[in-house]
Design a protein around this ligand. Sequence first.
Ligand SMILES: Cc1ncc(COP(=O)(O)O)c(C=O)c1O
Length: 272
Amino acid sequence: MQIDLEALKAAIADDRENGLLPACVVGAAGTTNTAAIDDLNALADICAAERCWFHVDGASGAWTAIAPRYRHLVAGMERADSLAFDLHKWMYLQYPIACILVRNADDHRRAFSLTPTYLAHGEGERGLTGIDVPWLSDYGFELSRGFHALKAWMTFKEHGVAKYGRIIQQNIDQAHYLAGLVASAPGLELALPVSLNIVNFRYVRPGLTDAELNGLNKRIETELQERGIAVPSTVTIRGRNYLHVAITNHRSRQEDFDLLVHEVIRIGNERD
Ligand SMILES: Cc1ncc(COP(=O)(O)O)c(C=O)c1O
């Protein structure tokens, strides 16, 4: 479930042959459905060789970089020209707090800076507009902005990065724990090996077709939610519905996953 590097190189070559200018490659540090991670170092090498912008979508997975035992999984992310990541997905903060880092401030400003007369600044030496500070309106689409940054700053000040690294690590450990429970439970099937903090699995019963299993797993999802047991969603991978467990809660405990597996099997068996 990673970018096929040879196909990428072929697509870039093909574009150039056809007079197109490949400008940007986007690597994933944790995809939405499966938390798949691309080979980010290899993508950075290709971008350097091809003079392409290297963007990394780390909306949910970028925080792996602060987990001491797992940070190697996103190696190469630090070579990106730009990196997007959210603190409302896997940093335990309230929505909205989406962030982007752009390596080169001049590139960033040139891409967004429009200076209508009412925003003129940096001209002359006097008055407020003469003060040489960056204007945030030069770094994005918004002119007026919400004050979202304080909650991130306060959070890191209060708890420190190391503590968050341990909790991120705990969530990944819990994903492996849940995957282990699924692998050893008769009647459950894992979609893919666990990559980060996401586990996709389904209830299976011999004799049922994939279409029937899809309906059954959707019903299990609804029952889990309506009975107040857990709140998974479902995803479709290669035509099959799987229960989708994205572990992003600092309060999750091992027994929550024991209960989840027990209840999935119980609800699945109820349908006889
Ligand atoms: C991999 C990935 N990229 C981007 C997004 C969009 O994120 P945002 O909440 O910042 O709009 C999501 C949201 O699910 C995501 O999973």
